[in-house]
Design a binder for this molecule. Structure first.
Ligand code: PLP
Length: 394
């Protein structure tokens, strides 16, 4: 009977998206820990600390207060107003709360944005290296991700020139930009972002700006696409700056013309976003001091790695501008970053993500290290990597 069901129930072709290789690294790290080994986790891209105290207090109060029903599909009105107000505080911008959609993390925001803006078959440009789910969600929805390889010359970001060259060869419908970016941790300067958005919009290409790492910028201030245009779809999240990954809550700032479509989609796909998370998220805006402290920790971790890793032997990385990632070139040691990461984990006890997750070809030469852990862990990671690279036979 089971065999018959298996024959009948074949997964759809569109569901055949690649898995995240970092999951293999995490599983290997868990096996080592089960054997009693201590592992320094630099593979997972999430804050080591939890949601701010104000968010937790609001959530506890809401749990005691009574039933948590559905909310309005676009999100609780006071939260939408609070998010809009934050654009005034952060960027001096006046954003209409009517343009804010609360989503289940930025991940939920991508699904809504792609469905609202693109038809099946539409070509959408993404950067390589880049966050893999952009490509995979687009593919699962029947769109066609088109990769643009970025280089050091353009601070690892897509340029207007590269975008238009591709558009002339075969028209594009969309473009995804991210600054700060994952896995590279690099950022676009404000003029570079403005130029890219102008080129895209002049050519009729819809811009989606993933601003999930906003607030975590060290080299210079991150620019928001909201300042440059009302036509881009801006996606953000409470996962990173606000340290609320598990609460699965984010938001979109959408062009007014797409609002009704997004509302219809979210209403059908999810009804509404978890109420408890919305209540906690609104209170997280009151945690400015706590979140500033967390950001200072990342800055200190970044300094420890920038000083320590070159001495340890890892001396080639992309500009460490923002987010909490350092993308290190390990080609001096290996042309197989997955094998390199596996050995580094087993022999040095430091878990990192192989670049192949983010760039199937050139990623063989890169490792992504996440520095969202503690200062002590960063010191220890530098020391362990140094000792390992010195002693390990190659
Ligand atoms: C660049 C980028 N965008 C989006 C996400 C998704 O985050 P979430 O769905 O938790 O908001 C991540 C998660 O790591 C990310 O790195």
């Amino acid at each position: 009977m089971l065999e018959k069901a298996q024959r009948r129930l074949q997964p759809s072709a569109r569901s055949a998206v690649p898995p995240f290789m970092v999951m293999d690294v995490m599983a290997a790290a868990a096996r080592l820990e089960a054997q009693g080994r201590r592992v320094i986790h630099m593979e997972v891209g999430q804050p080591a600390v939890g949601a701010p105290a104000t968010a937790l207090a609001a959530a506890r109060a809401a749990l005691s207060a009574g039933p948590l029903g559905y909310t309005e599909t676009l999100g609780i009105a006071s939260l939408r107003r609070r998010i809009a107000k934050a654009y005034g505080e952060w960027h001096g911008l006046d954003i209409d709360p009517a343009r804010i959609v609360v989503t289940t993390g930025s991940s939920g925001g991508f699904v809504l944005a792609f469905l609202a803006a693109f038809e099946a078959g539409d070509r959408v440009a993404v950067a390589l290296p880049g966050y893999p789910p952009y490509r995979h969600i687009l593919a699962a929805l029947g769109c066609q991700p088109v990769c643009i390889e970025t280089t050091a010359q353009t601070r690892w970001s897509i340029t207007g020139e590269a975008l238009l060259a591709l558009h002339r060869a075969q028209p594009l419908k969309g473009l995804i930009v991210a600054s700060p970016a994952n896995p590279t941790g690099t950022m676009m300067t404000a003029p570079a972002l403005a130029d890219l958005i102008r080129c895209a919009e002049d050519a009729g290409i819809v811009v989606i700006s993933d601003e999930i790492y906003h607030g975590l910028d060290y080299a210079f201030a991150a620019e928001t696409a909201a300042r440059l245009t009302d036509d881009a779809i801006i996606i953000n999240s409470f996962s990173k700056y606000f340290c609320m990954t598990g609460w699965r809550i984010g938001w979109i700032v959408a062009p007014p013309s797409l609002m009704r479509a997004v509302e219809r989609l979210q209403g059908n796909l999810a009804i509404s976003v978890p109420t408890l998370s919305q209540i906690a998220a609104e209170a997280a805006f009151d945690a400015r001091e706590e979140l500033t402290q967390v950001k200072h920790c990342y800055e200190e971790n970044r300094r420890i790695l920038l000083e320590g890793l070159p001495r340890a032997g890892l001396d080639s990385f992309l500009p460490v501008d923002g987010a909490f990632y350092l993308y290190a070139d390990v080609s001096r040691f290996s042309t197989d970053s997955f094998a390199f990461a596996t050995r580094m984990l087993e022999e040095a006890g430091v878990a990192a993500t192989p670049g192949v997750d983010f760039d199937p070809v050139r990623g063989r030469h890169f490792l992504r290290l996440c520095y969202a852990g503690s200062r002590e862990e960063m010191h220890e990671a530098v020391q362990r990597i140094g000792a390992w690279l010195k002693d390990a036979p190659r």
